[in-house]
Design a protein around this ligand. Sequence first.
Ligand SMILES: NC(=O)c1ccc[n+]([C@@H]2O[C@H](COP(=O)([O-])OP(=O)(O)OC[C@H]3O[C@@H](n4cnc5c(N)ncnc54)[C@H](O)[C@@H]3O)[C@@H](O)[C@H]2O)c1
Length: 258
Amino acid sequence: MIRVQDKVALVTGAALGLGEASARMLAREGARVVLTDIKDDDGERAAQAIVEDGGEAIYLHHDVAEENAWERVIQATLDRFGRVDVLVNNAGVGWGGPPEEETLERWNRLMSINLNGVFLGTKHAILAMKRVPPKGGSIINLSSIEGLVGDPNLGAYNASKGGVRLYTKSVALYCAKQGLGIRVNSIHPGYIWTPMVEHYLREHGGVEEGRKALDTLHPIGHVGEPDDIAYGVVYLASDESKFVTGAELVIDGGYTAQ
Ligand SMILES: NC(=O)c1ccc[n+]([C@@H]2O[C@H](COP(=O)([O-])OP(=O)(O)OC[C@H]3O[C@@H](n4cnc5c(N)ncnc54)[C@H](O)[C@@H]3O)[C@@H](O)[C@H]2O)c1
C-alpha cells in the first residue's frame, strides 16, 4: 500500500537530517515533494536523489524566517503541483548556554527560525489549503523532547520548542472548529543522530564521548536515527491519522517516560 499517494508535501529544512529523511520517505510512499532549505547544494542533491529513486521532487531556496520567502515557495508549489496537502515545519536550529550569557540577538535569531518559521509556514499553508480544493491538509511541526521537559543549558531552544508544542494545539483547535479539515500535530524526537546533534557535540566536548553520553540518556539504550522520525511524519501526513489533531507524537526511546 502506498500511504501518501499523490499528496503534495512541502518539507522545510530538507537538505539534511530529519527533513531530508522525511522528504525521502514521503516520496517513497507516493507523495510529490517540495524540499526547501538555505543549504542549496545539499538541498539540490537531496531532491535529485529522490528523483533518481523514481520519486517526484523539486528543491527551492527558502529561509523560513522570511515571510515573503514563504509566499514565494507556496506559490511555486501551487504552480508546479497544483496544491499543498502536507506541510512539514522541520527547519530548526539549536544552540545553548547559560541564560545570563545569552544575547537578545542570538535569542531572536533562534526564535525567528524555530518559532516564527513555524507560525509563518502554518499561516501560509492554511491560506493555500483553504484556497485550493479539495479541502483539508496536514501540518506537522517538529518540536522536540525539549518542548516537553527542560534542559539547564538550552533555554532559548526549550522556549521555542515549547512554543511550537502549544501553538500546534491552538491551530489544531482553530482548524477543527472552523471545519477546515486541516489537522495540525507536533512531533517530539529524542536525540536523533543528525548534523545538528553532531555539530552541537563537536562544540561541547567531543563527538564520540558525547554520543555515548547521549545513548545512555535514552532508556532504549541509544540515540535515534532519522527514519525513526520520518515514519512518524508519514503517519501524520497520511489519512491513517485522519482522527489525529492537536496531538504530540513522542518518538524518543523512552527519554520523557522517566
Ligand atoms: N536531531 C535531533 O536530535 C532533534 C531532536 C528533536 C528535535 N529536532 C528538530 O528537528 C528539526 C530537524 O533537526 P535536524 O537534527 O535534522 O537538524 P539539521 O541541522 O541536521 O538540519 C536542519 C536543516 O534546517 C535547515 N535550516 C536552518 N535554518 C534554516 C532557515 N532559516 N530556513 C530554512 N532552513 C533552515 C538547515 O540548513 C538544515 O538543512 C529541527 O527543528 C530540530 O530542532 C531534532
